[in-house]
Design a protein around this ligand. Structure first.
Ligand code: FES
Length: 682
């Protein structure tokens, strides 16, 4: 050790500097701008400031850390270790003092701006920078000679210990503040919300003593057919539970325009739909909390992404203007509201809601969320992002420009309007393969990792049963029927005779393919009917036509990359999506599946307030194309009805998979012609 001030290097940030001997590691971190967490403000009770000191020679950093370069284990650390346990090699940063040159590692869980690692290879990680953080304070007790209010003393403590000045309190918290202060013996934990918008910090939660549990947030993708939600920790971004429900507004109309018509035709109809969706969201908040073993009142922030019609109905705005050109939104800006404003009554009493901005009248906050998650505006090559839902969001672009449109696909890809269709939930068939020779299917269901022909599948499936087909299952089933020659390019399912399999059964004047038959035991008969194929054809044609329209606008015949996203549960198989002609032809290895990108975008906005500002700025640069008034849309739609397409050559697909040249309509026509000839010749 020298007489000079000790040098300290923090890893992994690499930040370094000198501090007076005896400075705590937490103070040194603060002085050098190192990201080290703390909830208790250095009182040695929260353990959020844990660090891992390293000793020995560090030529890379040009210093040697002696064993005594850090103060000895003190009584506060000993007490903490005795009560809660500190892992070997860890110290409390607020207690350990720097006495000599040191290298100190800040583990990920002690970083305020820690990274949330996303699984998909192409996905960028999320950096935590939430609006809501917890702060523990010790508040002065009231004194007759100093007649300040309890909240004023809370505010003073927050400024003294955390440097947070000018805090306000959500009025809904005032009735409980005094009780909590007294129950906590004047030691309380506050949740302080500050989204950097100039509104200043605001207390939105208060608990007696030190609160160990992280504040929670809910990221909601409110779709026309399904509502998907992730319950997340606002400390580390971890997903505690993911869940979903059907949108109860379906009873007022399957798709967006039928809901707008319902609002137009029925006095009070919009209010009815508002009430239905609000109560579904509130129920979902309760159910997902139960699933995670937490309380809905712990949810302090919610982020909602949705299409414009859902947006208006959730906010209690009549969507009538969205049903007619020029499709004017009441507001396209992002919104910050109280949870109670949108009926989230079970969540934290002063919970906050953030709704992403809409792009335009038919392109909503869900498209903004997809843009946030998949960032086509940062891509070097031309990227097509398709978020499949009842109303699909389609984005095409790169660093130079991004175009967006929405396309009315209908609910087929979410399992609705399909004879055996269901929401993506345990028990739903999500993957399908059909043997091209025997025409026998095998499949996987959500919740079981085995294929249906694997040993042990029947036992494993007992827990959920085999209940129906979800969106990704129906996409694979129809594409596999085409690959196996059970269905021709026009989408017609052949008869048992034509296809050579008894798995094709008559269904009225058409045919259906049997995927699973448990009817002998009183179970379900799961088939893909001709009507199901027609519903999928309509949906995929709308999707393709939307994408093609954007390609026309950009002036390209091909795209470099396709990202498929959607709330249909499992990831879509790129090959099957292309066999079906849902997407334009592209090299198969450049087609990736992103899961629920809108939900991920909501999660990013929940975890990071800079991302909110970023997407608000990005949407102003996205150019919106209105499919409803584009004559070319209809033309593209009709050509896309064939599987995969009537005219587009699909060279990449043909190279990857040879589709059988079968035609079942022709033989029917042939039979009719033969009958006609027989009649004519008498
Ligand atoms: Fe809370 Fe160190 S800051 S234990």
């Amino acid at each position: 050790m020298t007489n000079q001030e000790p040098r300290v290097v923090f890893t992994p940030s690499g930040k370094r500097g000198t501090v007076p001997a005896g400075t705590s590691v937490l103070d040194a971190a603060r002085q050098l701008g190192v990201d080290l967490d703390s909830v208790c403000g250095g009182r040695g009770i929260c353990s959020k400031c844990q660090i891992a000191p390293s000793f020995g020679e560090f030529p890379k950093h040009g210093l040697t850390a002696a064993e005594n370069a850090l103060s000895e284990w003190n009584s506060v650390e000993a007490r903490y270790h005795e009560k809660r346990g500190l892992a070997a090699g860890r110290r409390l940063g607020c207690q350990a003092k720097i006495m000599g040159d040191m290298v100190i590692d800040v583990p990920p869980e002690s970083q305020v701006h820690r990274q949330v690692v996303r699984k998909a290879a192409t996905a960028r990680d999320i950096t935590m920078n939430p609006a809501t953080r917890l702060h523990y304070i010790v508040v002065e007790e009231p004194d007759m000679h100093d007649p300040s209010g309890d909240f004023e003393r809370v505010s003073a403590a927050l400024e003294r210990d955390w440097g947070i000045a000018g805090v306000r309190i959500a009025p809904r918290l005032l009735p409980i503040l005094q009780g909590v202060l007294r129950r906590g013996g004047w030691n309380v934990t506050l949740a302080v919300h500050d989204d950097g918008r100039g509104g200043g910090p605001r207390v939105i939660g208060v608990w007696p003593g030190l609160r160990d549990d992280p504040p929670l947030g809910l990221a909601i993708d409110l779709g026309s057919t399904t509502i998907a939600a992730h319950l997340c920790s606002l400390t580390d971004g971890g997903v505690l539970a993911s869940s979903g429900v059907m949108n109860p507004q379906i009873r007022f109309g399957e798709d967006l325009m039928s809901r707008v018509s319902y609002a137009m035709m029925n006095p009070g109809g919009a209010d009815e739909m508002t009430a239905a969706v609000r109560s579904a969201l509130d129920g979902l908040a309760t159910a997902i909390s139960e699933e995670a073993g937490t309380e809905p009142t712990d949810i302090l922030e919610t982020v909602v992404v949705c299409n414009p019609v859902m947006h208006h109905l959730l906010l209690g705005i009549d969507p009538v203007e969205l049903g007619q050109a020029p499709f004017a939104l009441a507001t396209s800006s992002s919104l910050t509201l109280e949870a109670r404003d949108i009926g989230l009554n079970s969540t934290g009493v002063a919970g906050q809601v953030y709704i992403l901005p809409c792009v335009a009248g038919h392109v909503g906050a869900d498209a903004a969320a997809v843009a946030l998650s998949e960032a086509p505006d940062q891509a070097d090559s031309l990227t097509l992002v398709i978020d499949v839902g009842t109303n699909a969001e389609i984005l095409l672009g790169d660093k130079r420009r991004v175009l967006a449109c929405s396309s009315p696909t209908g609910p087929a890809f979410e399992g609705a309007q399909i004879s055996s269709g269901q929401r993506a939930a345990p028990g739903a068939i999500e993957r399908v393969r059909i043997d091209p020779v025997t025409k026998a299917p095998r499949f996987r269901i959500i919740g079981v990792d085995l294929w249906s022909d694997d040993e042990g599948f029947a036992e494993a499936a007992l827990a959920t049963g085999i209940t129906g087909i979800c969106g990704s299952g129906i996409i694979e089933a129809v594409a596999e029927m085409r690959i196996a020659g059970i269905m021709d390019a026009t989408g017609l399912i052949g008869s048992a005779e034509q296809t050579g399999t008894p798995r094709v059964v008559p269904e009225g004047r058409t045919h259906a393919y049997v995927l699973h038959d448990a009817s002998a035991d009183g179970g379900p008969l799961i088939t893909v009917t001709q009507n199901d194929v027609r519903a999928i054809q309509l949906a995929k044609s709308a999707l393709y036509a939307g994408a093609r329209l954007l390609m026309d606008r950009i002036g390209t015949e091909t795209v470099d990359r396709v990202i498929l996203a959607g709330a249909f549960g499992a990831h879509i198989s790129p090959l099957h999506a292309m066999v079906l002609g849902m997407i334009p032809d592209a090299p198969l290895d450049r087609v990736t599946s992103a899961g629920n990108a809108a939900g991920t975008g909501a999660r990013i906005a929940l975890c990071n307030i800079d991302a909110r500002r970023g997407i608000e700025e990005t949407v102003t640069r996205i150019h919106k194309v209105e499919t409803a008034v584009e004559p070319k849309f209809q033309e593209h739609f009709v050509a896309a009805n064939a599987i995969p397409h009537a005219t587009a050559p699909y060279p990449e697909l043909r190279a990857a998979s040879a589709l059988p040249d079968v035609s079942f309509g022709a033989s029917g026509g042939e039979a009719r012609r033969r009958r006609r000839r027989a009649v004519e010749t008498g």
